[in-house]
Write a protein that binds this ligand. Structure first.
Ligand code: ZN
Length: 156
C-alpha cells in the first residue's frame, strides 16, 4: 500500500509500545450509521489515508470512528485520536489538536497541555523524524477541518 516501515529502535520503548498497540489493534473501527461530521485526510508522501466520523450530542463528541490505511504512525495516531476525543466537546478536541500540533513542531507549551495529552504523548516520540510529523498529524488536521465549521470560537 505504499506505506513505509518505521524503525522504532530510535524512540522510547514505552512510546513504541503504545503506538504499535494502536496500530495492531486500532480502536473505534465501526462506521457510524449517521455521522454528523465526516472528514478525510490524505498524506501523499507516505500513502496514508484516514476518514474520521463523529456523532454529536449538542457540542459533545458522543461517538467517533475511523477507517484508514497507511503507515503505523498515521494509523496509530488516528486510533489514539478517537480514544482521546470521545466524550470531549468540539472545543476541547480542537484545543488538544492545537497543543499536539505545537508539540510536534517543537514549540514548548504550558505544563497543562502535556498533562492532558495522555497517550497522545507517545506520538511526540516521532517528532525527531520530520518526515513522520505529517503522518502523526494527519488524522488531527483532518479532525480540525471537520470540526472547525461547528465551532463558534475564533481560531487560535
Ligand atoms: Zn505515514
Amino acid at each position: 500500500m505504499g506505506s513505509q516501515a518505521f524503525d522504532f529502535t530510535d524512540i522510547d520503548d514505552l512510546y513504541s509500545e503504545i503506538i504499535l498497540d494502536h496500530y495492531r489493534n486500532p480502536r473505534n473501527q465501526s462506521a457510524l450509521a449517521e455521522p454528523d461530521i465526516e472528514t478525510e485526510g490524505i498524506n501523499p508522501f507516505c500513502g496514508d489515508e484516514v476518514v474520521i466520523q463523529i456523532g454529536l450530542t449538542g457540542d459533545l463528541i458522543a461517538s467517533v470512528s475511523f477507517k484508514g490505511s497507511g503507515c503505523s504512525i498515521s494509523q496509530a495516531s488516528a486510533s489514539i485520536l478517537t480514544e482521546t476525543i470521545k466524550g470531549t466537546t468540539l472545543e476541547e478536541a480542537e484545543t488538544l489538536y492545537f497543543h499536539f500540533r505545537d508539540l510536534m513542531h517543537g514549540k514548548e507549551t504550558s505544563e497543562r497541555s502535556t498533562e492532558t495529552l495522555g497517550e497522545i504523548e507517545a506520538l511526540t516520540g516521532v517528532r525527531k523524524f520530520p518526515i513522520r510529523i505529517k503522518c502523526a498529524l494527519l488524522a488531527w488536521s483532518a479532525l480540525e477541518d471537520g470540526i472547525r465549521p461547528h465551532i463558534e470560537k475564533p481560531q487560535e
